[in-house]
Design a protein around this ligand. Structure first.
Ligand code: BGC
Length: 372
């Protein structure tokens, strides 16, 4: 298991605690405020957050969980980010006292029918709690009905159901919650990384930033928000923008590589910024950029989200302009802690949030150290 509370995670937690939005939906958290607050986080606050989290973990482990069963459904095992998430989740559940053989994790293979069958099997087996990363968040209402009818508590992760569905959990007092980050914040941070450059992303000096957008699965609110808010942050900074291309890469490296190669063949050096909704696609974009003989930082800027190890290595080497840390450690721990609370008869907020952290060459060493 990764260090439960890396310095980075602690400071992000301290920020969210200070801002009071760690466990409830951030109203309109501005990324700028978050970043400024992060810089000002004092050692004392960091220590306090660390102590509070240690106490919470200790309290959670008081109960005997050795005979409790958890079913976990992941939308697709081949997703890089969800692989980090599920490995951390598994290790943390064991550290809380669950037996490894009582934690079953299924691959939905990006097919809702397959995942729905897996959920049905978990219900038949009588697991004590389900943690679900839905293939389609629009199937959440059906999933919730199936699971709650069997009196099994449910923790959704990573793919947020819509507001109407979340409202129902509160109205009907269901043992159902969602753990995730607000993707508007990550999109805003991507835009800010470009706006903060000396030339504000305008490499050719024509007074506007010409960009291409490579989107994740459009059904996923993370993709929708990152697409919208990255560009909004540039506009909010008073920068004129021009969209040269907008393509769906489905969170996937190979798809992004071919999309960016096509776009470069069409627009060449007119492209000043490549926005990718995640790092897997930024890795694919980099392959296409290098194959076209272009250099990140000189010919084009490139940003992603997640802070995958490989992407951070690229930020350090100047081959990716920046990324945004999508804290799989904090999210997986919050999901497991919520499951324990339900299993031991407690309750949870219906929305359990988490803050993103901007990553550039300025802080990439700290981020890499925290990822271990
Ligand atoms: C991550 C992506 C991932 C997706 C899966 C997003 O939050 O940034 O890398 O593919 O979740 O749903």
């Amino acid at each position: 298991m990764k260090k439960a509370l890396s310095l980075l995670t602690v400071s992000a937690m301290a920020v969210s605690m200070l801002a009071g939005c760690g466990s409830s939906k951030p109203a309109e958290t501005t990324a700028a405020a978050t970043t400024a607050a992060a810089a000002e986080t004092t050692a004392a606050a960091t220590e306090a957050a660390s102590e509070a989290a240690t106490e919470a973990a200790a309290a959670a482990t008081d109960a005997d969980l050795s005979d409790k069963k958890v079913g976990v459904c992941i939308y697709q095992f081949s997703d890089n980010f969800m692989t980090l998430f599920r490995n951390e989740l598994q290790n943390y559940l064991v550290s809380l006292g669950f037996k490894a053989e009582n934690i079953e994790i299924m691959d939905g293979a990006n097919d809702q029918a397959t995942q729905t069958n897996q959920i049905q099997n978990f219900i038949t087996k009588g697991v004590d709690c389900l943690i679900i990363n839905p293939v389609n968040s629009s199937s959440a209402a059906t999933i919730t009905d199936m699971v709650t009818a069997a009196n099994i508590p449910l923790v959704y992760i990573n793919r947020e159901p819509d507001a109407q569905e979340e409202q129902r959990w509160a109205d009907e007092n269901m043992k159902v919650c969602y753990v995730g980050c607000d993707a508007r914040q990550s999109g805003t941070m991507q835009g800010e990384i470009i706006a903060d450059l000396e030339n504000h992303g305008d490499i050719n000096g024509d007074g506007k930033v010409s960009y291409i957008m490579i989107e994740g699965d459009p059904e996923n609110v993370d993709a929708q928000y990152r697409t919208e808010f990255s560009v909004k942050a540039l506009k909010d900074a008073g920068i004129e923008v021009e969209q040269l291309d907008d393509q769906v890469g489905n969170w996937d490296q190979a798809q992004a590589q071919s999309l960016v190669a096509n776009s470069l063949a069409q627009h060449g050096k007119d492209i000043e910024v490549v926005f990718c909704n995640n790092d897997a696609m930024a890795l694919g974009a980099l392959q296409a950029i290098e194959a076209a003989g272009e250099t990140v930082g000189t010919d084009v800027y490139l940003v992603g989200v997640d802070a995958l190890q490989e992407a951070c290595d690229n930020v350090k080497a100047g081959k990716q302009t920046g990324t945004v840390f999508n804290d799989h450690i904090s999210q997986s721990h919050s999901a497991a802690d919520a499951a324990v609370k339900y299993i031991t008869g407690g309750d949870n907020e219906h929305y359990i949030g988490c803050d993103y952290v901007k990553v550039t060459s300025d802080n990439v060493d700290d981020v890499l150290a925290s990822l271990g």
